[in-house]
Design a protein around this ligand. Sequence first.
Ligand code: ACO
Ligand code: KIV
Ligand code: MG
Length: 514
Amino acid sequence: MTRRVYIFDTTLRDGEQSPGVSLNVMEKLQIARQLARLGVDVIEAGFPITSPGDYEAVKTIAREVRGVTVAALARANFQDIDRAWEAVKGAEQPRIHTFIATSPIHMRHKLRMTEEQVIEAAVAAVKRARSYVSDVEFSAEDASRSELDFLCRVLEAAIAAGATVVNIPDTVGYATPEEFARFIRDIRQRVPGIEKVVLSVHCHDDLGLAVANSLAAVAAGANQVEGAINGIGERAGNAALEEVVMALYTRRDQFGCETNIRTEEIYRTSRLVSSLTGMPVQPNKAVVGKNAFAHESGIHQDGVLKERTTYEIMNPVMVGISQSNLVLGKHSGRHAFRQRLLELGYELGEEELNKAFQQFKVLADKKKEITDADLEAIVEEELRPVPVTYTLEYLHISTGTTIVPTATVGLKKGDEVFEEAACGNGPVDAICRAVDKVTGVPCVLKSWGINAVTSGKDAIGEVTLKISENGGKTYLGRGISTDILEASAKAYVNAVNRLLWESGRLTDKSNEVS
Ligand SMILES: CC(=O)SCCNC(=O)CCNC(=O)[C@H](O)C(C)(C)COP(=O)(O)OP(=O)(O)OC[C@H]1O[C@@H](n2cnc3c(N)ncnc32)[C@H](O)[C@@H]1OP(=O)(O)O
Ligand SMILES: CC(C)C(=O)C(=O)O
Ligand SMILES: [Mg+2]
């Protein structure tokens, strides 16, 4: 008989705690919708007390995303819990997730609380949360470095107070698989009432063991796994959910478990999260990396051509990496374009489709064959929910080894085009300075990176960069083009648009969304 394992996604909460990542409300909503399509059981949408933006995001997701549990995080105090409830109460299936640390090191140095005070706070928090909602998760932060006797007492008290899910985090990624499995077995044996609640684990990847520890815990009886898409999260990140899910599926002979995940949505979810967070996926990343199903050496290629399973333990189609026969190029029409996007899982409205189609045609003039990765890049750019103040109308660059790089940019705002020129230390610097002159917002380029989205000399490059104004908050921008300077200009303008929007300097918030 197969046992059900619940998948709890914390991409939007712990995942967003990745250094340098900051998602706005619309981006979070877009990811949440995709997570629901993927079939996760729980979306942890945020930590509402942390900021008005986080509160708003949780509230919006709770209201808009149906058919899935939406959780909000809260420390073990009434203010956090009340705020979490305010944010999540519109959800079809709301959950409050409250936590407090139980390890000696955290209690003594961070909380400065005794064991008895921690138990008291945990019980009061769970009861407060239960006064609002019937689904309450309690997490014993840093559980894996806690003393087992004390941890069991806290869990017993939390369950008696009404917790319906108890979570055992390996907060600092310290556990090893055998030890963690033993820990879970001990908890299952020793905590009265544990059989009535969902037993969850939440593993971090500081030693690269987050997925292994999660799987060991499942084998030991845990029935909820928490993690994030692409393994993003605090420090080295969380357990990569796509890896947990595919391991449970591929080795179901070992685990005897099933999840509710629609695996064919995995790749698209991974791409969306990578694109909106600006965190690239390493090529050799399991399941979703560019090379995960690529075969380079002759003996492997020979084997795969004769029989795919010689070197592939998973079918790429199963995780949504499609193999279509439709070849798209400059002679393709709207029907084929729409069909291919549908196969890739993108269902665009008429207006979005038209915009994406125009971009596709521009690209097809420059590039013989348009690949799936090209299409994904186009669509992701089209769907990026940042209101457009400025768009790049044209760009002229003069550069070389013996001349001062100079850029002339034309930026369109409303019906007007504004032109400025500037010199710089390099062509990208010159572009940024010229854009600054038009917008009147002097920014510092904090980081710049290029990723070849597709292959070949005519590959699309995706530039991801970060800017800040006066050393304040950083804003992410992305742009794609077969010309990396054009991609840089688009990315810079995209980041400035985001800055203007998020810093509340747009007079008209109903601007077109790109
Ligand atoms: C393991 C994890 O991932 S935990 C989640 C981590 N996520 C975040 O921290 C989100 C971003 N954080 C924030 O925006 C802020 O830290 C806030 C809004 C949550 C709190 O801000 P502040 O009130 O200014 O407190 P600050 O962050 O400086 O310190 C944390 C306080 O919470 C206390 N605390 C920490 N965890 C808990 C808990 N689970 N329950 C109760 N109190 C707690 C600390 O002891 C400290 O209290 P003190 O001020 O009495 O010393
Ligand atoms: C809030 C808890 C669950 C957490 O993120 C951790 O302990 O890592
Ligand atoms: Mg965590």
